[in-house]
Structure formats: structure tokens, C-alpha cells
Design a protein around this ligand. Structure first.
Ligand code: CA
Length: 707
């Protein structure tokens, strides 16, 4: 406090008397509520509380966009996936990077102002299903708020980057992680977390922006029977929808990404994730809807009190999260203006919901769907295909969409003039092999009751090429009124970037193949393209400084698709390197990137396999369970993390044990697995990788080129 005068002191006392809703300077409740009109700045994750990611700025438009050039760029000090949306306030740009670091720049010139590193321990990486990413900051007063991979919520001074307070928001002995951006409503910082592939219980919490005091916490799934005595009606209702002893398994329902807020209705909307474990036969034997998994839940932001929910996938068993982008808009349906909430969750259906009541208005599939034939609008429930329930039948099912979703975390955008929602869509199937004799295992490892080794790609080029050809990405312009596709841009592979729409009639999107493109918002024709040298997964944003419009996007290939299946299935666009870099454009920009480096990969030259192929069953399982999530299905690695088939230590069992058993590389995220796996089983994994490397060397084709 800098209260030199009594009058100021009196004012400050008055402020503190009404709580933390009036910050000292900078961002306040009014500015956040009116963020959509604040064209110069971008002060909250989705640009406004409605999360529309639409900027009215029109200096860069269909006529001028050909003159768009690089204004400045900044190389980042990480080489993992970059998923963040920068914030811009008063000519300064703030962005998070992989490993939860924060950087501040002069938004016009790129001059670095400060940086902050929360020093997340490298070992935390093993708790993260989907790369060590971070999606952004929240702003309030003269501070910024950051969630870190290891579960801290940190307040930073916006001018200096100095830490003001830091609170641990999770039980760090469990596999909780934070990758999502916080939001602030009226002085309360809202933050969730991830970890539902590892046996955790989901929740969202509110912290006082002033001092970090926790104000409320809303759990998304019921806890132990002892908790039933003191729980809310909403939780008691949820408890009726569960069976077995789910609380011992965590239950899942993590709130790892989407939030939106309607200030008029005073409702906070949160997207709730999948069950933990995925396979419902183990999580809740006998079934049940398992509230509030795979739901949108409306809460009172002041208290965390439940208001309504809509569950898109009752009894979820396919990793069908409803954490995807939640977007609010007022649109005319059947002659009436409706206050709607829109979402394209993983399950493949696009939902238009009355955001005051939670009533389903309409739903239709935006990508091909084979697990359900549609949504019954009367009940709001999917019409499931019986064989999709592998948890009940015990028979494997190949679902479209799969666990990657028809749409994942990549933000959509809305263009109010066109009335279109732009969806970065994915077409990719996933084989669900129910895991027999599944055991809860508090030790490390992706542990979901679906056999990941059985899900690994067969070593057959024809199968791989077929799967790669059937796996696609697209930018879909979706009319939410008619529930139909207006146009699409087809990409060879999935995992393309988030989206920005502007008043210049343009939709911006980066691609997995290494470009940052501009499309005509009305018809999808490409109007501009920039070679980004790396895969772009983050969404772009735009702002002005001194009246000049800038467009910024974080580049840097990564995230779950790049790590797990990407080595095999992204071949059509070619392996792309990770070059982590902030790119900022303006009309007449003349900056140039340095030449793209050669993608350096070790040759596929493994030692000979001397074991017995028939002894590899356990090792195949262990690889899929403990290694494949990061090092790639069937040991075909990505360009982000080492392709083990090409590893220099493959030939050296001692070094292999030092790394995989003892954890010699823990500092950069490769922990030791001695608490889950014996030295013998770790040697088995080495033999499996040697076997797979030789197989691919002999086969040639896609596997030999992969990653
Ligand atoms: Ca998940």
C-alpha cells in the first residue's frame, strides 16, 4: 500500500470493507465485464468472459492481409509444446510457455521486460498426461495469476514479474497438474487441475486475488461415504449416480481447461473431464451416470454453489471429457434471441444449451461419430450403440471419435457477423481394449483400465498407412443455429492450432504442418500464409499499440498428439520440429526468421534383437503403460521427445537402467520407474524397443521414417 494521505487511506479502508472486488489499479470487474469492447487489449484468456475469441479489429482485413508480415519474434527457452494465449495490457505482452514460465515483452517492439520461472521440478512431467504445457494467465489489478504444472497458483506483480504470493492448490503427493489458465471474477481467482488418467478426484477452487486465501472448492465427484454427512444437495444427488468404491480410485472429473462467465446471470460455467479410470466397469461397477463427469456445471462464482449441470456423456468410459472450450453467445433460434452456451466436446457432438437453465436446445455431430447415433433432445442423452460399451461387453471397440476427441483443448472462435463457430476438429479413431484384471495402482503410470499396449499400432505398414490416411484434421465453420457445416479447410493431419476470428473478416489458425494461415471468415478461402518452421497448436490473438494492429501466436509443436500417436500418424504432413517461439505480425512487418534448422534425427540403427519374440508380452504391456504416452505408440517417437528406437543408450543396458530404473534424467522430466518396475522388467522394455526398432528397420516405410 502506498497511502501517503489520510484521504487515500480512508479510500483504501472503504475498498477493503467491500472485499477484494476493487483492485488498486489496472484490471477491475468493469474492465473484465467489458473486455469485448476493449479492442486495444486482450485481458482475459478467451478475450472476454464469453470466451468468443473474436476481436472487432479490422486494420488487418481481406484487402490488406497480403501485406501482413513479421513485426518481431522471440525465441523461448523450452523445447516442449506451446499452447498459451498471450495477454496484452497497455502496450505490454505477457505469455506463458512450457514448464509454466512467464515472459513479458514490449508488445510493439518485442523488447524483453522481465521473465519468471516457477522452477517446476522436472519430475513433475511424469504426472502430466499431455506434455508440460501451459495455456495462459489471468489478470486482476496490477497482478498476473499463473497455475503451475506442479499445482501452485502464483500471483505476480505485472510490472516486475516478482512473486507476490504462491499457494499449493493440490495434494502434491498425487498426480495433479495444472495446465489451464486461471480466470478472475470479482477478485476471486478460479483454478482447476488435471490428472484423471492417474487416479485423482477433480475440483475447482477460488482464491482471494489479494492474499491467496482459499475461499471455496467445488468437487466434481462425490468423496468417501464419511463425506456424505456434510455434503451439499448437489453432491448427494451425484452420489446416487455412482456404484462401488470409486472414491478409492479418485473418480476423475478434473476441471483442466474451459471456463466461461455470464455477469448478467452471475453464472460461472466449468467443463468437467473424464472418469478415473476411464473404464466404467472398474470405476463404478454396475454403471450409473457418474455425475458430474463429462458435464458442464454452472456455479455461483461468489460461493461455488451448484446451480445446474448438463452431462453430455453419462457413464463416460471413453475419456470423453467436457473440458473443451465453453463459449457464450446470444443467437437467434426460431425467431427468438436465445442466451446460449456452445461446446464441441470430445464426444463429437456440437451442443447448443440454454445458459440460464442448462436445457439442451440442439446437438448434432460435427465429425463422424460411431459410438452413438445422435442425441435425444427430449432427454438430452446420447443414443448409444450397444457395442460401444466395451466396459459392459468386455469386447474391444474402435470408437470415432477416440480419446483424442473430435475436438480437444484448442480454442474455437466465433464470428458474430457470420454467425459461425470455427472448430479445430480432429478425425481419429481409438481402439478401446478393456484391460483384464485391472488394478488401481497409486504408483506412476497412465492407468485407465483400457489396455494401452493392445491399443498400440501393429507393426504392419499397410495398417499404419490406413490408419494415418483415416486420421485427419480440419477447420470447420459451423452454423450453431442450423447445426450444419458451412465450410471447411481440410488438413492432412490432426492437432492443428486454436482459432482467432476478427472484424477484418479473417480467421487465423496455425497448423500441425508448420504454417500460420489466414482464411476468409465467410468462405474459408486461404488469404495469407506464413511458414512458421514448427507445428503451431496455440491460438492467435490480436491487439493494438498506438493504433497499429498486431497479431500474435505462440509456435512450438507438442502436446499429447505430438507425443503419443503423432510419430506414426502425422506422417502425412511430415515430422515437424519443435521450435518454441513467439511470432508477432503487423501490416508491413519486415522481420525475418533465421533459416529453419535441419531436423536432426539419429539413424534407425538398433543393435540386433537376441531375445525371444514370444517373451515380449509383459514388455509390450509395460512399454504401453509406462512409456508410450510420451515416447510414442509402438515405440515410434515424436520429434519432441526422444525416439527410443534411435536412442544411443539402446545398446547399453547399464545406462538404460540408470535412466529408466534409477532416474538419472529426472531433472528434465524422465523419472526413474523403480517404484513400479523391477530391473528385469525395465530390461524387458529395452528388449521390446530393440525388437520394434529392428522390425521397423526391416519393414521400412512409414515406421522407419516416423518421428
Ligand atoms: Ca483425459
Amino acid at each position: 500500500m502506498r497511502n501517503k494521505f489520510l484521504g487515500v487511506l480512508a479510500g483504501a479502508l472503504a475498498l477493503s470493507a467491500c472485499g477484494s472486488d476493487v483492485p488498486e489499479g489496472g484490471i477491475d470487474a468493469d474492465r473484465l465485464i467489458n473486455a469485448a469492447q476493449d479492442t486495444a487489449n486482450w485481458i482475459t484468456y478467451g478475450r472476454d468472459y464469453a470466451e468468443q475469441r473474436y476481436s472487432p479489429l479490422d486494420q488487418v482485413n481481406l484487402e490488406t492481409v497480403s501485406d501482413l508480415g513479421l513485426a518481431w519474434y522471440a525465441d523461448l527457452d523450452t523445447s516442449r509444446g506451446q499452447e498459451a494465449t498471450p495477454l496484452v495490457m497497455d502496450g505490454k505482452l505477457y505469455v506463458t510457455t512450457a514448464w509454466s514460465k512467464v515472459k513479458a515483452y514490449n508488445a510493439a517492439t518485442g523488447e524483453p521486460l522481465w521473465e519468471y520461472d516457477p522452477e517446476v521440478p522436472g519430475e513433475t512431467a511424469v504426472k502430466a498426461c499431455c506434455d508440460v504445457v501451459n495455456r495462459g494467465l489471468a489478470a486482476w489489478g496490477d497482478r498476473l495469476y499463473l497455475g503451475t504444472l506442479d499445482g501452485r497458483l502464483i500471483a505476480l506483480d505485472r510490472d516486475t514479474g516478482e512473486e507476490v504470493w504462491s499457494e499449493v492448490t493440490v495434494d502434491q503427493s498425487k498426480a495433479y497438474t495444472i495446465t489451464g489458465a486461471p480466470r478472475v471474477i470479482n477478485g476471486k481467482v478460479l483454478i482447476g487441475n488435471g490428472g484423471a488418467e492417474y487416479g485423482v478426484r477433480g475440483y475447482i477452487s477460488a482464491y482471494d486475488a489479494d492474499d491467496g486465501e482459499m475461499l471455496w472448492r467445488f468437487y466434481t465427484v462425490p468423496g468417501s461415504p464419511e463425506e456424505a454427512e456434510t455434503e451439499s444437495e448437489a453432491m448427494a444427488a451425484a452420489r446416487e449416480t455412482w456404484n462401488g468404491e470409486w472414491w478409492k480410485l479418485g473418480g476423475g472429473g478434473t476441471v483442466w481447461d474451459a471456463m466461461a462467465y455470464d455477469p448478467e446471470l452471475d453464472l460461472l460455467y466449468i467443463g468437467v473431464g473424464n472418469g478415473s479410470p476411464w473404464n466404467q466397469a472398474y470405476r463404478s461397477p454396475g454403471g450409473g451416470d457418474n455425475l458430474y463427469l463429462s458435464s458442464i456445471v454452472a456455479l455461483r462464482p461468489e460461493t461455488g454453489e451448484y446451480v445446474w449441470h448438463y452431462q453430455s456423456t453419462p457413464g463416460e468410459t471413453w475419456d470423453f471429457t467436457a473440458t473443451q472450450h465453453i463459449m457464450l453467445a446470444d443467437i437467434e433460434i426460431d425467431g427468438t434471441e436465445r442466451q446460449v452456451l456452445m461446446q464441441a466436446p470430445k464426444n463429437g457432438f456440437f451442443y447448443v444449451i440454454d445458459r440460464a437453465t442448462g436445457e439442451l436446445i440442439s446437438a448434432d455431430n460435427y465429425v463422424p461419430v460411431n459410438w452413438a447415433t445422435g442425441i435425444d433432445v427430449e432427454t438430452g442423452r446420447p443414443i448409444e450403440v450397444p457395442e460401444a460399451r466395451f466396459d459392459k461387453t468386455g469386447v474391444p471397440f474402435v470408437s470415432t471419435p477416440g480419446a483424442g476427441g473430435g475436438h480437444n483443448w484448442h480454442p474455437m472462435a466465433f464470428h458474430p457477423g457470420e454467425g459461425l463457430v470455427y472448430i479445430p476438429a480432429i478425425e481419429a479413431a481409438f481402439p478401446y481394449f478393456p484391460e483384464e484384471n485391472w488394478q488401481a495402482d497409486p504408483a506412476r503410470g497412465f492407468n485407465v483400465g483400457v489396455d494401452q499396449s493392445a491399443g498400440a499400432m501393429p507393426a504392419d505398414n499397410a495398417v499404419r498407412e490406413g490408419a494415418a490416411a483415416a486420421t485427419k484434421g480440419s477447420l470447420i465453420a459451423w452454423d450453431p443455429v442450423t447445426q450444419t457445416e458451412r465450410w471447411r479447410v481440410q488438413y492432412p493431419g490432426p492437432w492443428n492450432g486454436g482459432v482467432l476470428a476478427t472484424g477484418g473478416g479473417i480467421v487465423f489458425q496455425g497448423t500441425a504442418g508448420g504454417y500460420f494461415n489466414a482464411y476468409n471468415a465467410a468462405d474459408g478461402s486461404q488469404v495469407w500464409s506464413f511458414a512458421a518452421q514448427t507445428g503451431v497448436v496455440a491460438p492467435a490473438m490480436t491487439y493494438t499499440v498506438d493504433g497499429e494492429q498486431y497479431v500474435a501466436v505462440l509456435a512450438g509443436w507438442g502436446g499429447i498428439w505430438a507425443l503419443a500417436p503423432g510419430g506414426i500418424l502425422n506422417e502425412t504432413s511430415g515430422p515437424v520440429p519443435n521450435i518454441s517461439r513467439l511470432l508477432v505480425f503487423k501490416l508491413g512487418g519486415t522481420a525475418e526468421l533465421p533459416p529453419a534448422p535441419e531436423l536432426a534425427r539419429r539413424p534407425l540403427d538398433p543393435p540386433p534383437f537376441r531375445g525371444n519374440v514370444n517373451d515380449l508380452a509383459q514388455a509390450t504391456y509395460d512399454y504401453g503403460r509406462y512409456c508410450g504416452g510420451c515416447h510414442g505408440d509402438a515405440a515410434i517417437g515424436s520429434t519432441v521427445l526422444p525416439d527410443l528406437r534411435r536412442s544411443a543408450v539402446l545398446d547399453n543396458s547399464n545406462t538404460w537402467q540408470q535412466i529408466v530404473h534409477d532416474g538419472a534424467l529426472s531433472f528434465n522430466g524422465m523419472v526413474g520407474f523403480s517404484d513400479s518396475l523391477s530391473a528385469e522388467r525395465i530390461e524387458g522394455i529395452r528388449q521390446y524397443v530393440i525388437f520394434r526398432a529392428n522390425q521397423d528397420k526391416e519393414l521400412g516405410g512409414i515406421g522407419a521414417q516416423g518421428g
